[in-house]
Design a protein. Structure first.
Length: 165
């Protein structure tokens, strides 16, 4: 069984995304970028992504690859494989495009895509946001969305472990 067109049409390589974004921006639309591992999708993610989508006309999500997640979070992560995470995220109405990247940070991807707005959650300060300097240098803006308390993939994983031990 193949993926529904509504989902598959949102999954892109960085090269495909660069061309699509360029055309979108040339038509006067504002492109928003955010990124993360999104290992276990939860309500906090959905709320955050909906808020991010409201900052422009197109929301592009940079998704850490499985190898990238392992390097950042440890050998037992990710819980969900990259394809599963990408499909789940592409299924959200708020997300227009998902691009998987293999580096530890989205710096290179941000420089390729050249978004108008870079969004991160309130658990980051401006000085900690990878790509913020670049986005500012091309005339874009960086937006910090308040952190949604009470939601954490790590906490969900820990609760599952405690429940089943």
């Amino acid at each position: 069984m193949g993926l529904p067109e509504k989902i598959s049409s949102k999954l892109h390589t960085d090269t495909e995304a660069t061309e699509l974004i360029k055309a979108f921006q040339q038509s006067g639309k504002k492109v928003v970028f955010t990124n993360g591992c999104f290992d276990i999708l939860h309500a906090g993610h959905v709320i955050y992504l909906q808020e991010a989508r409201g900052k422009g006309d197109l929301l592009v999500l940079g998704l850490n690859s499985d190898d990238s997640v392992r390097r950042l979070k440890g050998e037992n992560r990710p819980v969900r494989e990259e394809f599963d995470r990408a499909v789940l995220l592409a299924g959200l109405e708020s997300i227009d495009m998902v691009v998987v990247f293999d580096e530890d940070t989205p710096e290179i991807l941000i420089q390729k895509l050249k978004p108008d707005v870079l969004v991160k959650g309130g658990d980051y300060s401006l000085s900690e946001i990878v790509g913020a300097d670049f986005v500012h240098s091309i005339g874009g803006q960086v937006v910090i969305i308040p952190f949604v308390e009470g939601f954490s993939s790590s906490n969900i994983i820990e609760k599952i472990i405690q429940t089943h031990n």
